[in-house]
Design a protein around this ligand. Structure first.
Ligand code: OFO
Length: 189
């Protein structure tokens, strides 16, 4: 780091508690990315090709979420730390269990984002508060998507060729999400 940069980064309004909580969120997004990657690989091994593509794509998105936080922390004069990740789950009983875990995981991430938003507001870090609004909206979409996938299991049923059709429907849902069609709730309001 050159001296000019060192002088600039020493002065910042980013308080250390916010920096530390943002770094915790970096880790959570990193965990998300690896969680989706592990689940994608399981689906691919089991022959659920569309579910695997869905989850591989989502793993990339989560990495982008992590990177966005890293860039924000460093641009704000803090120091973002690349996370260490362990404790991943590699085996599932069923495809449904994968997506039930996805929904549970996303609810956990939403709660974590909400706590962070709450804290940044309490300490009057309005820049961080504003920055986090993107994550608030993103979590709402992701929870909706996970719920929609689980609905497919309930509607189609897993017996006979059900799982084959479910896997096909997951691909359609991914296309809808990518084209922003899942946000129909927003436009209907
Ligand atoms: Fe990072 O969006 Fe979900 O977890």
């Amino acid at each position: 780091m050159n001296k000019i940069k060192a002088k600039i980064t020493k002065k910042t309004s980013l308080i250390s508690e916010v920096e530390s909580k943002l770094n915790d969120q970096v880790k959570m997004e990193g965990v998300s990315s690896q969680f989706y990657l592990a689940a994608a690989s399981w689906c691919e091994r089991e022959g659920y090709e569309n579910a695997a593509n869905f989850l591989y794509g989502h793993s990339e998105e989560e990495r982008m979420h992590m990177l966005k936080l890293i860039k924000y922390i460093n641009a704000s004069g803090g120091y973002a730390l690349a996370p260490e990740i362990d404790g991943l789950k590699y085996e599932y009983e069923s495809l449904r269990e994968v997506f039930e875990d996805v929904l549970e995981h996303e609810i956990k991430v939403t709660n974590s984002i909400n706590d962070l938003v709450d804290f940044s507001f309490k300490v009057k870090d309005y820049a961080t508060f504003q920055f986090l609004q993107w994550y608030v909206a993103e979590q709402r979409e992701e929870e909706e998507l996970a719920r929609r996938v689980i609905e497919i299991f309930d509607i189609i049923g897993e017996e006979g060729q059900g799982l084959w059709f479910i896997d096909k429907e997951i691909a359609k849902l991914k296309d809808q999400a990518d084209s922003g069609e899942l946000g129909a709730i927003d436009s209907a309001e």
